[in-house]
Every structure is written in structure tokens, then in C-alpha cells.
Design a binder for this molecule. Structure first.
Ligand code: NAD
Length: 417
């Protein structure tokens, strides 16, 4: 079996490998499988930017709409040097399955620019964002395609995006989600992905015999997702014993003081050097034995090379596509349960959906209401995935794909292929 994975796959091939296994189990005919697998529309645009120091820089921006059978396309925008068409296709496809899994009336999309936002001034970022928004404008709309933040982007970037779209089309807050609250953002959106990860981690702990109170947790990434996961798990009594980011890692077997770490990162923009723990090599983060491991940074971080060293009971995927198919197989052989990305990190798009509905109605909810509704959505999706896994004797990932694919397939058939 392992031989089928030996050749390194691209991110899109990895997602499609998972998709195909689940579609085969559902008995979807090969031609229909192909229609659900492939992307509907792919845009690549050139972006030039005059940097503050006068240098002229060239970037490429991408927007991929994977499948729109269940509603408008929905998906984040990533700013990272590694962004390319293959990665964006993979993430767009995952969005199709994720929105279907949590039963939102959306399709799947993703976008990005291959820039390094950490090396850019606010003025440069704003110019780049406005240029990108103008160049992909023709494919967007509040009932066509609605971007959101992802790695390297945030509420401020969404505000610029909305403003640029509004210059041409008039006031349209529903064109993006993840906006600042004073500009029509939803209360509870910023913490939503982390809170959703926490809700499913709670349920997985209960089902797989892990006592959350006192559990040892390792988290990769302390950005939007990772920092909120840490806060919620910490508040529930878990011990966050190691956290890593792009600059380094920090470890404390007694448990890191998460509010202090958050305050440190706000100032220094990295966990590296945090005085409340020992410095640890970021490349060796996954070697730290734990009960719960949460990758919440990049995709493709758990591979053949480091999976054998992982000692955890549960891996809860905060990041999108963090585990290669072969590493997934190695973890399963070691008896490690993986809660897949399309379930675990669906809280972000769920509250994005709440934000969009609030924008369309121009009627806003309190944070408590957002969180209660989020928990109900995450709980239902978790139960459905669990039930499918038991019924078909498959992993949670395979089950999640099966539930999602079934829904998209039904919509595609109802529309008429
Ligand atoms: P972010 O930009 O806020 O934070 C990213 C974190 O990852 C930072 O701490 C960064 O230092 C760290 N990182 C980057 N490169 C790294 C490396 N090589 N090694 C270790 N750490 C590294 O991004 P985010 O919004 O928190 O997104 C993180 C992941 O979660 C991504 O995979 C994203 O697609 C996924 N996700 C995000 C959301 C959301 O609502 N933001 C929703 C669903 C999924």
C-alpha cells in the first residue's frame, strides 16, 4: 500500500488522492468523479508594485473557483512567498468539501499572492491588495465569489479589499468576510477558526479517551488559528507544552502561560525568545511527545520524514492539508487519530457565513449568539463524520470527504450535469 504514495505529490494531487478514495467508496461513476475533482475557473494575474524604496517588484495573484454547485464560491486569500496555482487549486478544492461538510450554502474557492507580507510596509500591502482586488474583480461578487482572510492576510486586508470593490460597485460589505467589526465584520469571526478547532478537539478527546484537563498539547503556528486554539485549550485546563512558528519554538513541560505568550507575540511577532519556556528548534517541534498535536501553520508539514517521530494520541488539523497522504497512513498505523482539516478548521468559514448573512440583512448578532450557533454547526458536522466513520469503518478523514462529496454530488446532479 505504501508504494502508492512513494512519489512526492503536489498539494493538489494530495487533496485529489483523498478525494478519489472517498468518491470511489461512494461508487460515483468515473466521469462524474472527474467533474467533481476539477476546478471550474482559474485566474492568474500579474501584479506590479513600486516598493517604498523605489524598487519595482513583480508578483502573481491567483483566484481559483473549484465547485459552485451548492452556492457562491467562498474561500480565503493567502499572502505567502510559496503561493502558486497548484497550492491554490488544492486549497480551493478543500473549501468545496469543507463548506459542504458543515452544510453551508457555498461552493469552494481560494486565492493568494506570492508575496512576503512580513517584509512589506502597510502602504505597500494596501497598494498590493487594492491592485489584486481590481484585477480579479470580474470573478467576484456577493452572490458569486466571496473572499476571506487566510495565512498572511487579516481583517485590515479585507477592509481594503471591500473598499476597492465598493469604489466600482457601491457599498457591498458582503463581498468579503473577516472584516473589522466596525466595517460590518461579525463579532466572533477572528477567534472562530480556533474556537471551532477547540470544539472538535473536545469531542474527539471524549470519543478517543483523552482527558482534556491536563492534556499535553503541542501547537505549530501562533497566528490567528494557533493562538486562539492555545487560548481555548489553555482555558479548558490543557497544558500547552510547546509552540512553534516560522522563527523558532518554545517549550515548557509544565505548560506555557498562554496570555503572557500572546502578549509577547503581539510585541515581537514571534514566539521565539519567549522567557516563559526553553528555546526549542522549530524543525523538531513534532518530536515533542504529547496527547494532542495541532498543526496550525503551513500545509505539507507532516511527511514521511517526521511522521515516525510523532508521539500523540490525537492530531487535530488547524491548518489546511498539513499531512501528506503517506504520513497520514503512517500515523494511522501508529494508532494516532487524525481529525481532518475540512472538519476541524471549518469554524472560520462557518462564522464567515454568519458574517455574510448579517451583511445581507444589515442586522447584527451578539458574540454569544455567534458562538452558540458555531458550536451547533461544528457538533452536527462532527457527529455526521463520526457516524459515517463507524458505518463504513473508515478514518475520520475518509468519512468527512464522503459526507461532503455526497452533498456536492447531489447538488451537481440536481442542477443537471
Ligand atoms: P497566520 O498568518 O495568522 O499565522 C500563521 C502562523 O504560522 C504564524 O505563527 C507563522 O509564524 C507560522 N508559520 C509560518 N511558516 C511556518 C513554518 N515554516 N514553520 C512553523 N510555523 C510557521 O495564519 P492563520 O490564519 O492562522 O492560518 C494558519 C493555517 O490555518 C493555514 O493553513 C490556513 O489555511 C488555515 N486556516 C485558517 C483559517 C482562518 O480563519 N484564518 C481558517 C481555516 C484554515
Amino acid at each position: 500500500m505504501a508504494d502508492t504514495f512513494r512519489r512526492a505529490m503536489t498539494a493538489y494531487e494530495e487533496v485529489n488522492w483523498q478525494y478519489t478514495k472517498a468518491a470511489e467508496l461512494l461508487g460515483i461513476p468515473a466521469q462524474h468523479q472527474s467533474i467533481l475533482r476539477n476546478c471550474y475557473r482559474e485566474l492568474k494575474v500579474q501584479i506590479t508594485l513600486h516598493r517604498d524604496d523605489g524598487r519595482l517588484e513583480e508578483y502573481f495573484g491567483f483566484r481559483v473557483q473549484h465547485n459552485g454547485a451548492r452556492g457562491p464560491y467562498k474561500g480565503g486569500i493567502r499572502y505567502h512567498p510559496s503561493v502558486d496555482m497548484d497550492e491554490v487549486r488544492a486549497l480551493a478544492s478543500l473549501m468545496t468539501w469543507k463548506t459542504a461538510l458543515v452544510n453551508l450554502p457555498y461552493g469552494g474557492a481560494k486565492g493568494g499572492v506570492n508575496c512576503d507580507p512580513r517584509s512589506m510596509s502597510e502602504k505597500e500591502l494596501q497598494t498590493l491588495t487594492r491592485t489584486f482586488a481590481r484585477k480579479i474583480d470580474m470573478a467576484l461578487g456577493p452572490y458569486r465569489d466571496i473572499p476571506a482572510p487566510d495565512m498572511g492576510t487579516n481583517a485590515k486586508v479585507m477592509a481594503w479589499f471591500m473598499d476597492e470593490y465598493g469604489r466600482k460597485h457601491g457599498y457591498t460589505p458582503a463581498i468579503v468576510t473577516g472584516k473589522p467589526v466596525p466595517l460590518g465584520g461579525s463579532r466572533g469571526r477572528e477567534s472562530a477558526t480556533g474556537l471551532g478547532v477547540f470544539y472538535v478537539a473536545q469531542r474527539a478527546c471524549r470519543d478517543y479517551g483523552v482527558e482534556l484537563r491536563g492534556a499535553r498539547v503541542v501547537v505549530q503556528g501562533f497566528g490567528n488559528v494557533g493562538s486562539w486554539v492555545c487560548r481555548y485549550l489553555h482555558d479548558a485546563g490543557a497544558r500547552i507544552i510547546a509552540v512553534g512558528d516560522s522563527d523558532g519554538a518554545v517549550r515548557n513541560e509544565k505548560g506555557l502561560d498562554i496570555p503572557a505568550l500572546a502578549a509577547y507575540v503581539l510585541e515581537r511577532r514571534t514566539v521565539s525568545g519567549f522567557p516563559g519556556g526553553d528555546a526549542w528548534a522549530r524543525e523538531r517541534l513534532f518530536e515533542v511527545p504529547c496527547d494532542i498535536l495541532v498543526p496550525a501553520a503551513l500545509n505539507g508539514v507532516i511527511t514521511d520524514a517526521n511522521a515516525p517521530a510523532i508521539e500523540a494520541k490525537l492530531v487535530v488539523e488547524g491548518a489546511n492539508n498539513p499531512i501528506s497522504p503517506h504520513a497520514d497512513h503512517l500515523l494511522a498505523e501508529k494508532g494516532i487519530t487524525v481529525v481532518p482539516d475540512i472538519l476541524a478548521n471549518a469554524g472560520g468559514v462557518t462564522v464567515s457565513y454568519f458574517e455574510w448573512t448579517q451583511n445581507l440583512q444589515q442586522f447584527y448578532w451578539e458574540e454569544k449568539e455567534v458562538q452558540q450557533k458555531l458550536e451547533a454547526v461544528m457538533d452536527k458536522a462532527y457527529q455526521e463524520v463520526s457516524a459515517m466513520a463507524k458505518k463504513r469503518q473508515v478514518s475520520l478523514r475518509r468519512a468527512a470527504f464522503m459526507v461532503a462529496i455526497q452533498r456536492v454530488y447531489e447538488a451537481v446532479l440536481l442542477r443537471g450535469i
